[in-house]
Write a protein that binds this ligand. Structure first.
Ligand code: SF4
Ligand code: SF4
Length: 474
C-alpha cells in the first residue's frame, strides 16, 4: 500500500513517504560517519506507520500544535534527511532540538517505534558531523565550559557552587534577584542560578561499603553520578539507608564517574563513551547482584550502554547494562521489607520520563510507596507528561520548559497533595523551582526520602518538613 503523508513539514514538498527503497537509503547513510542519520538502523524508521496516535502524548506538539514538533513529524524530518531528499536546515534543527527526548511517544506508540533510538543518534551526529564547523563558529561556550567540562565532574561543580550557595545563604542572591542584577549575567547562567535549589545539608562523603542491616539478602553496587551527588547527596544517603534496611551490602566504587548522559545529550558521543568506559573499569561486575541507581536519567543511560557504540567493548558494555537496576525496580523485585514508621500525609507521584517511558517503570515506585503506613497516594493528572526539565533542556529552551513546569505545577496543586514525589534529579530541580516561583505548594521529595523517614521512625515528617521549609525559603 502506498501511503501519502498529508502533512506540512518544513522545507519539504509534498512527498510519498514510502517511495524510497529502504535498502538504497540505508546504503546512503550507513557508510558516511558524518551524515546525521549515520548510526541509525533504517528499519527503525519503517516501523512508523504515521498513525499519529503519539501526537497527543507529545508535550511539544500539545503546546505548539505544529506537526514538525510532533514525534511523527520529527521522524519524517529525520527520514527525509536520511533519504537524502532534504538537507539539514536550521529550521529543521530547531524542530529536532525542541524535542525533550522524553520518549512519551514511545509509550503511546502501538507500533513499537523506538523513537529514542532515532532522535538520540541523529542529534549526536547532527552536532558532531556536518554541523561541526557551524557550531565552532557559534562558539558555544556554555556547551563547552558548563555542560561538558563542569557538570559531569562533581568536584569541579562543588567548587563552583560553594560560593553561589554562600551568597544564597546570606541573602545576597535573593537581593541580586530583586534588584534585577541577575539579568546582567548571560541568560543561561542566570537561569542556572534561578534553578539552583537552596542547599540541603548533604551528609558526609559516601564510604566504599555500607553493610546490610540484619540478614544479608543481596550485594549491590551503588551508582553515584555527578550533579546528583553534588545537589542530592542527602537523597543518596536516604537511598543507601533504605537499601541497608532491606538487607543489602552496598558497595560504592570510588573510581566511578558521570554516566555520560550530559555529554550524549550535548552531542558529544566520544565524551559519553569515555565516561561509559571509565565506569566499566570502576565496577567489578562479578561482585554484585546489581548496580543500583536512584535517578532516572542516569539509570536510563546506564541501561543503554550496550546500544550506543559498536566497537570491541560493546559486549562488556551490554553486560554492564544488564546489571543496572533502578532502585524502585530492584527493591520491588527483592521484596520490600515493610517500613514501620507512620507518615500521615497526602502525596502524589510524578513519573519521570526516563523512568516511566525510557525504562517503563511505573508500578514499582507506587507499590513501594503504598507500603508506608499512613501515607495516602493520590493520582497526578498528566503524570506521564514531561515537567520540562529533560536533562539540560530547561537551560537551553527556557520558554518551553517553563510552560511545561507551570502545567505540571497546576496539575500537582489540583491534587491537594502536601508532597510531590519524583525519582529524578532534573524533575526534582524543575518542580521545586516552579514551587519556589509561586511561593507556595507542596514539598518536593524523592520516594527514597519518604521511605527512609518511615524506616527511621524517630524522625517524623513534621520535623523533616520543618527542616525543608527552612531551606525552601531563601
Ligand atoms: S511513532 Fe508510532 S504512534 Fe507515532 S505516528 Fe509513528 S507509528 Fe503512529
Ligand atoms: S520524545 Fe517527547 S517531545 Fe520528543 S517527540 Fe517524543 S513525546 Fe515529543
Amino acid at each position: 500500500m502506498t501511503f501519502r503523508l498529508n502533512l506540512r513539514l518544513v522545507g519539504s514538498k509534498e512527498h510519498d513517504s514510502d517511495m524510497i527503497s529502504p535498502d538504497r537509503q540505508f546504503e546512503n547513510n550507513s557508510q558516511d560517519g558524518r551524515h546525521p542519520a549515520a548510526g541509525i538502523d533504517y528499519e527503525l524508521f519503517l516501523r512508523c506507520v504515521h498513525c499519529g496516535l503519539c501526537t497527543s502524548a507529545c508535550p511539544t506538539y500539545t503546546l505548539t500544535g505544529d506537526e514538525n514538533n510532533s514525534p511523527r513529524g520529527r521522524i519524517q524530518l529525520m527520514r527525509l534527511v536520511a533519504d537524502g531528499r532534504l538537507g539539514l536546515t536550521d529550521r529543521m534543527r530547531e524542530h529536532l532540538e525542541l524535542c525533550l527526548d522524553c520518549r512519551s511517544c514511545e509509550t503511546a506508540c502501538p507500533s513499537g517505534v523506538r523513537y529514542g533510538r532515532l532522535i538520540e543518534p541523529f542529534r549526536v551526529a547532527m552536532e558532531e558531523g556536518e554541523q561541526q564547523e557551524k557550531l565552532e563558529k557559534r562558539c558555544d561556550w556554555f556547551r563547552e565550559l558548563v555542560l561538558l567540562r563542569l557538570f559531569p565532574y562533581p568536584e569541579r561543580l562543588r567548587r563552583v557552587l560553594g560560593p553561589v550557595w554562600f551568597l544564597q545563604r546570606v541573602g545576597l542572591l535573593r537581593a541580586a534577584e530583586r534588584l534585577g542584577l541577575l539579568r546582567l549575567l548571560p541568560a543561561r547562567l542566570a537561569r542556572l542560578v534561578e534553578i539552583l535549589p537552596p542547599r540541603v545539608k548533604p551528609g558526609p562523603r559516601l564510604p566504599r561499603l555500607l553493610p546490610a542491616v540484619g540478614r544479608q539478602r543481596a550485594r549491590v553496587a551503588f551508582f553515584v553520578g555527578c550533579v546528583a551527588d553534588v545537589i542530592f547527596r542527602h537523597v543518596h544517603w536516604a537511598t543507601l539507608r533504605v537499601l541497608q534496611q532491606n538487607g543489602c551490602d552496598v558497595f560504592i566504587p570510588p573510581e566511578q564517574g558521570c554516566c555520560g548522559a550530559i555529554h550524549l545529550h550535548a552531542g558529544s558521543s566520544r565524551g559519553a563513551r569515555q565516561m561509559a568506559d571509565a565506569n566499566l573499569v570502576a565496577f567489578e561486575l562479578d561482585r554484585y547482584d546489581a548496580i543500583v541507581v536512584n535517578h532516572a536519567g542516569c539509570g536510563a543511560m546506564l541501561k543503554e550502554y550496550g546500544l550506543h557504540w559498536r566497537d570491541g567493548l560493546q559486549p562488556h558494555r551490554a553486560r554492564f547494562a544488564a546489571k543496572v537496576r533502578d532502585v524502585h525496580e530492584f527493591l520491588d523485585e527483592l521484596g520490600l521489607i515493610a517500613p514501620p514508621g507512620r507518615i500521615k500525609a497526602v502525596a502524589t507521584y510524578h513519573d519521570a520520563c526516563h523512568l516511566g517511558h525510557a525504562q517503563q517503570i511505573t508500578a514499582a515506585p507506587r507499590r513501594l510507596l503504598a507500603r508506608i503506613p499512613g501515607l495516602k497516594l493520590v493520582d497526578l493528572p498528566e503524570t506521564e507528561i514531561c515537567c520540562g526539565s529533560a536533562g539540560t533542556y530547561n537551560l537551553l529552551h527556557p520558554e518551553m520548559s517553563d510552560r511545561l513546569a507551570e502545567r505540571k505545577l497546576e496539575n500537582i496543586l489540583s491534587t491537594g497533595a502536601e508532597i510531590v514525589l519524583a525519582a529524578n534529579a532534573g524533575c526534582l530541580l524543575q518542580i521545586a523551582a516552579a514551587v519556589r516561583r509561586r511561593g507556595l505548594g507542596p514539598r518536593v521529595m524523592h520516594p527514597m526520602e519518604l521511605l527512609d523517614l518511615s524506616y527511621r521512625e524517630e524522625d517524623s515528617l513534621e520535623s523533616a518538613g520543618r527542616k525543608q521549609q527552612k531551606v525552601v525559603q531563601r
